[in-house]
Design a protein around this ligand. Structure first.
Ligand code: SAM
Length: 329
C-alpha cells in the first residue's frame, strides 16, 4: 500500500514533534489541564486501542461492526456508482472498513480507498490488514482529518463517500462537530456521501462499563499518553501517580475521561524546558465522547448542509450509522 505523509508540511516551520510539544505546552498551561486525544495513538496506544475494542465491556466496535455487516450489500445499491472514492477519516486499523470495501467490490464497483489517519503506526497496521483485489486501489494519507481530505479531493474528482466511523465524531462537542462537518462539506461536491458512526444515548451503567473495562485496557491506554510525552518530549511523568477516571456527564450527554494526580507533584518536560505543577487530585482532561439521540443526528445534518438518506442501527439501539448526502444550493 502506498502511504504519503503530510504531517511535516502542515505548518511551514514546525515538524510534527514540534507541533506535539506546542500542543502539550498549551494544554498543560490551560485550566483545567488537558491533553488532546489525537495523541493517544503511538505503537503502544494503537495496540491498547485494539485490545479495548475486543473487550466484552466495550460495545461500540462490535456493535458498529454488526451494523456494517448488515448494510455492506445495501450501501452499494443505494449509491449506485461504478467508480467511487472511499475516504476514511481516522481510519485506525481499517478492520470494520474491509466489510464495506468488500461490499462495493462484490457489486463490481471500482474502489479507490483513501484511509486518512494522524497516526503513522495505525496506517502501517491498516496496510498489513488490507487484502488486495484487482478493483481496489489503496493510498494511505498520514495527516489531520481536514488536511488529508483536501489533499485527496485536490487529486481526484470521482464521486466520494467519506467514512467517519467508530464514534470519532463524539470527540467533538456539539459546536465543534458542526464546525467540523461544515469543513468536510466545503471539500465535497453536491451528491457526494458521508457515513458517520454515532454512539447513541443509553443506560449509564453500560456506558460507564465500556469506558472502565475490567481488564484495565482503557486505564493503560489513557496513561500511555503520559508515557508518550516521556518518550518523545523527555518528560518525567510517574504513571503510578495518576489515576484513570471515566464518568458520564448527563448535562453534556458525554463520557468524560480524566487522569487525576494522586498527590501534589511537579513534572518536568525537557523538550519544553518547563515544569508543570499538579495539585493533589487535580484533573487532567483527556477526552469527551458525546452521545446522541436520533433527533440530534437529524438536527446536525440540517445545520451543516447534508440530508439524511438512511439511518442504520442495531437491535439494542446502541449505535447508529447515518448515511448523508451533501446538498449545495
Ligand atoms: C478511536 S480510533 C477509531 C479508529 C476507526 N475509525 C474505528 O472505528 O475503529 C480514532 C482514530 O482516529 C485517528 N485520529 C484522531 N484524531 C485525528 C485527527 N485529528 N486527524 C486524523 N486522525 C485522527 C487516531 O489516530 C485513531 O487511529
Amino acid at each position: 500500500m502506498e502511504i504519503i505523509s503530510l504531517l511535516n508540511n502542515e505548518t511551514e516551520s514546525s515538524s510534527h514533534q514540534d507541533q506535539f510539544a506546542i500542543d502539550v505546552l498549551m494544554a498543560l498551561s490551560s485550566s483545567p489541564k488537558s491533553l488532546s486525544s489525537k495523541y493517544f495513538y503511538d505503537d503502544v496506544g494503537s495496540d491498547l486501542f485494539q485490545k479495548i475494542t475486543q473487550h466484552e465491556d466495550y460495545y461500540p466496535t462490535k456493535t458498529e461492526f454488526s451494523i456494517l455487516d448488515q448494510i455492506k450489500d445495501e450501501l452499494p445499491e443505494l449509491l449506485n456508482e461504478k467508480v467511487i472514492d472511499i475516504i476514511e477519516l481516522g481510519a485506525g486499523d481499517g478492520h470494520k472498513t474491509s466489510l464495506l470495501l468488500n461490499g462495493f467490490l462484490d457489486a463490481d464497483c471500482e474502489v479507490n480507498y483513501y484511509p486518512i489517519d494522524i497516526s503513522e503506526q495505525a496506517m502501517q497496521q491498516l496496510g498489513e490488514n488490507m487484502e488486495g483485489h484487482a478493483n481496489l486501489h489503496i493510498k494511505g494519507v498520514v495527516a489531520e482529518y481536514c488536511r488529508g481530505l483536501r489533499y485527496v479531493r485536490d487529486h481526484s474528482k470521482n464521486k466520494a463517500l467519506v467514512l467517519f466511523l467508530g464514534s470519532n465524531i463524539g470527540n467533538f462537542d456539539r459546536v465543534q462537530s458542526q464546525g467540523f462537518l461544515r469543513r468536510i462539506w466545503q471539500s465535497m461536491e453536491p451528491e457526494d456521501y458521508v457515513l458517520i458512526g454515532f454512539d447513541l444515548k443509553k443506560p449509564v451503567d453500560v456506558l460507564v462499563r465500556a469506558y472502565n473495562d475490567s481488564a484495565g485496557y482503557t486505564r493503560d491506554f489513557n496513561l500511555n499518553i503520559l508515557q508518550r510525552i516521556n518518550n518523545e518530549l523527555g518528560a518525567n511523568f510517574q504513571l503510578d501517580k495518576f489515576q484513570h477516571y471515566g464518568i458520564y456527564n448527563p448535562v453534556l450527554g458525554a463520557m468524560e475521561s480524566y487522569l487525576l494526580s494522586l498527590e501534589s507533584q511537579t513534572v518536568y518536560i525537557e523538550k519544553l524546558r518547563h515544569s508543570f505543577e499538579f495539585d493533589a487530585f487535580e484533573p487532567l482532561h483527556l477526552e469527551y465522547s458525546f452521545k446522541y439521540l436520533e433527533s440530534d443526528i437529524h438536527y446536525l445534518s440540517e445545520r451543516t448542509g447534508y440530508e439524511v438518506m438512511k439511518n442504520f442501527t442495531d437491535e439494542n439501539h446502541r449505535f447508529m450509522n447515518s448515511l448523508w448526502r451533501v446538498s449545495k444550493g
